[in-house]
Design a protein around this ligand. Structure first.
Ligand SMILES: Nc1nc2c(ncn2[C@@H]2O[C@H](COP(=O)(O)OP(=O)(O)OP(=O)(O)O)[C@@H](O)[C@H]2O)c(=O)[nH]1
Ligand SMILES: [Mg+2]
Length: 146
């Protein structure tokens, strides 16, 4: 896992703790991507900064990253509690950055499935994973939501 969220305080530290708990190799910054190749990691996950609303600066940051790094897939992580705003973010990211799928979290909350349908339509992409709790094991591959 590569931490690239330098915006939110403690985001790097949070991911490091999570990686250690899951026994996953962890690095910080784009140089860690090359390190992952040296370690022969077969999957590299880049964790970029998030926003609850459409943020032009962040979008430029992501476009820049995709220009420098050859990524296999770009997944948008959306919180189902954010409702209609998540749809706007989904649309904007899909158009500006380009996404290949959605990870929808907090389906265990009160907001439930509305955002799933909206995001599916707004982005034209499949919901690839669904979060139903706070722990990594609560992230379910969601073939049934396709
Ligand atoms: N109940 C519940 N909690 C979740 C779920 N997914 C994540 N969380 C919790 O939500 C909190 C925030 O999760 P983060 O992974 O920091 O969220 P993020 O999308 O990376 O947020 P930013 O980095 O600020 O954009 C953590 O305490 C997670 O454990 C979920 O599906 N259900
Ligand atoms: Mg984050």
């Amino acid at each position: 896992m590569v931490a690239l969220d330098f915006r939110r305080p403690a985001a790097v530290e949070q991911l490091k703790t999570l990686a250690e708990r899951q026994n996953v190799a962890f690095g910080t910054g784009e140089e860690a991507i090359a390190e992952a190749a040296r370690l022969s990691c077969d999957v590299v996950i880049l964790d970029t900064a998030g926003r609850l609303h459409v943020d032009a600066e962040l979008m430029e940051e992501l476009k820049g990253l995709k220009g420098r790094v050859r990524v296999t897939e770009t997944l948008l992580v959306a919180d189902s509690m954010t409702g209609q705003e998540a749809v706007k973010v989904g649309e904007a990211f899909g158009k500006e950055v380009g996404i290949d799928g959605v990870v929808l979290t907090k389906l265990d909350g009160d907001a439930r499935g509305g955002a799933a349908l909206s995001l599916r339509v707004a982005t034209g992409q499949q919901i690839r994973f669904a979060g139903t709790g706070e722990k990594p094991d609560d992230l379910e591959g969601s073939a049934q939501l396709r």
